[in-house]
Design a protein. Structure first.
Length: 257
């Protein structure tokens, strides 16, 4: 388990093939040069009507471990409808990004992309939200230890790699990428929204409930679904309504100001 855990945590070979570039005209691509000579990229997709005179909030969306930024059209569309721009950082080794993925490397890359993001005049740096799905929730929490967002959304996320190892009858000390989300949520002190599926067999629901118990002020919502059929039939609109309510109550949505 110790030797193969990189392929379990970061199953790059299971991700779909990246789309040919350019994917769409409104993408602003930022590239980070690695020591190896390779590059890692992120995509910024501004919401309609955003400008230096009308800066908007931004959601940094961190995808799951077998996904790519290329296929996040629904996430982008839904946030754009709320007047929120989106930043999609890619992970090392995924899609058109070079290098090898690891917790430390991905965190450093995403901090770099965050710092580049807040330099933009069309971005309201006081209203940046992190949204992480599955493994991406671990990335979101990890980046939040370096750059504190205005809000945090965790979707189908594990409490820690140690707890996941325990679920698979593996000693927790063998985890090379600890992703201590439990420690982050217990002391981060920002608006927090946690989603989990009651029938999730990949990251069982006790992980979401554990995170909820560690963050008493968090909004916690369960849906009758698994991991890969999120949010379950008939729950799509409710899911985005919950996000909208959370962002509105947190003062992040444009109309809330």
């Amino acid at each position: 388990m110790y030797c193969i855990q990189d392929r379990i945590v970061f199953p790059v070979d299971q991700a779909p093939a990246p789309l040919p570039r350019p994917v769409r005209a409104d993408i602003v691509v930022t590239k980070l040069d690695l020591d190896s000579g390779e590059q890692v990229e992120s995509w910024f997709l501004p919401a309609a009507g955003v400008s230096a005179h009308k800066p908007a909030p931004v959601v940094m969306f961190f995808h799951g471990n077998a996904e790519l930024i290329d296929y996040q059209d629904d996430i982008v569309r839904q946030y754009h409808e709320l007047g929120i721009s989106v930043l999609l950082p890619e992970y090392r080794g995924y899609g058109h990004s070079g290098g090898s993925p690891s917790q430390d490397a991905i965190r450093e890359d995403c901090v770099h992309f965050y710092d580049k993001l807040i330099e933009r005049a069309d971005v309201d740096a006081s209203r940046i939200v992190f949204h992480g799905r599955s493994l991406g929730g671990g990335v979101a929490c990890d980046v939040a230890t370096q750059r504190k967002p205005a809000g945090l959304i965790l979707q189908s996320t594990f409490a820690s790699a140690a707890e996941m190892a325990h679920d698979y009858l593996t000693p927790s000390f063998l985890a090379k990428h600890p992703f201590r989300n439990d420690r982050v949520v217990s002391g981060i002190g920002i608006p927090l929204l946690i989603f989990h599926g009651t029938r999730d067999t990949i990251i069982p629901v006790h992980h979401g409930r554990h995170l909820r118990d560690l963050a008493p002020g968090a909004v916690y919502i369960e849906y009758d679904c698994g991991h890969n059929d999120w949010p379950g039939r008939g729950n799509e609109q409710r899911f985005w309504d919950e996000i909208k309510d959370f962002l509105s109550q947190s003062g992040i949505l444009p109309e809330s100001r």
